[in-house]
Design a protein around this ligand. Sequence first.
Ligand code: B12
Length: 433
Amino acid sequence: MRIMLGFLFLLLIQTQCCFGCAVSEEQRPQMTYLLNKMVQAATAPEALPNPSVLLALQLAPDHSNSAKHILLQRIAQDAVDRVQNGKSFSSGLVALYALAHQASCSDPRKVSAKGTTLDLVQLLEKKFEMELENIKTTGNSLSNYYQLGLCVLTLCQLQGSFSVSKTADLFTPDQKKYYLGGHFSVDIASLAVLAQICIQTRDNATLPEANVITANIQWLLNITLKQKRSDGVIGNLYSTGEAMQALSVASEYLAPGSWNCSQTLNKVVSEIPKGTFDHPMVAAQLLPSLQDRTYLDVSTVNCSLETDDLNLAVLPTILSITQHQSSNRFKVKYTVTDSVSNTFTDSTEVFVPKGSVFLGVMEAAQEKDPKRFRFTYANSTWGPYITSVRGLVADNSKRTYWQLFSGETPLSKGAGEYVVSDGENMVVKFTTY
Ligand code: B12
């Protein structure tokens, strides 16, 4: 009888947990809208290969098979192209490509395109070793700790080989690892939690490093929960999805009442109609949490459950913020400053059409005075990443970058996304993280 009651109790907790933390029937149209928006953007002919979108699609209950095939083909071709032509392929990106293949039930050890077959797991093992070696010799990773989290959670799930004791040391508490520009990064912490929970689950806590890993996870979760706002957002709106993944897989570390998953879920869902998550990368990082899925579910995706294609035409379209094309122009102040060596600070004012993004302001300033305001950017799945201004180039190995501000407030969107307002004071500042 007691066993029976215990079982019923467990079932009840389980049911409450999972229904409470996935979208309700009434919220489902918002999620479908997001899925649809993400698929349309990521499968456009000009879109860059995007493993995060494929991963999110594979973790979704309904997904479009044709979109999945297009995305899978694109990332397979891109992986082979990067390797064959010696193009940059960061450790975290290799991890995402491998995870997306696995989630698509396509063997990441046999990725074929252009007549070549590639072992992404083996490549990832090498990349991770190189990261560890670089940390040993220079104190810095080649990429960042978000990508190290991606590496470990992927190697752990795909039975790649890596040293658990080195990994336990890798994720110990340290400002340099988990802080960007002086602020704790919920995104980095979330990936580090997912990675270490994967190791704990896989190795059944029998490891000599178990205590170190447990302490790392607890420290990361404590600080993550300190970033929780009263409305349920954790860090900012863009880190909340991955934070939800981390908190849900580490629920046994949380004190009762320390996190209300439904509150966070309702908050993010309420933001969908405002267009907050319309960007395909933002949608991709949020979608798994809306369905109570995490990146640790990749190894258990059941490909036989695939559904028919989404009918894009009949999916509900919800209000999204559209930029009204208007002939109205307004004035924006623009400043470029080097806060690393203090070699220059220059300001100007430009007129831009209403609805312009920050990049438009930068382009207008460059046109007006190319000597002082010229700049370059690299296209990424997040949009344009500002790489240099006035010839001063951001350098990962020196931890320098061009940070974007409105007045004194750092932007939480990129230059291609942030819509400027009349009279706003936009700043790009060369700084370190
Ligand atoms: C590490 C990191 C950085 C590092 C990148 C350099 C490095 N050492 O690797 C630094 C600190 C320089 C950085 C800068 C910025 N970042 Co950042 N970054 C991240 C983080 C934590 C991980 C990115 C990563 O490695 N992904 C994994 C690899 C495999 O993917 P990847 O696409 O190849 O990664 C590259 C790009 O993502 C690029 N990148 C990083 N951030 C951003 C932001 C934008 C807008 C673009 C276009 C590219 C870009 O750098 C990565 C490494 O090369 C993400 C968190 C997340 N949830 O994704 C935030 C994140 C992507 N960043 C964000 C933002 C807002 C910025 C800034 C605009 C902040 C600012 N006010 O200046 C700037 C970019 C300014 C510019 N020059 O254009 C937001 C984007 C949200 C959004 N809606 O667009 C995120 C999601 C963090 C958050 N929760 O708010 N970032």
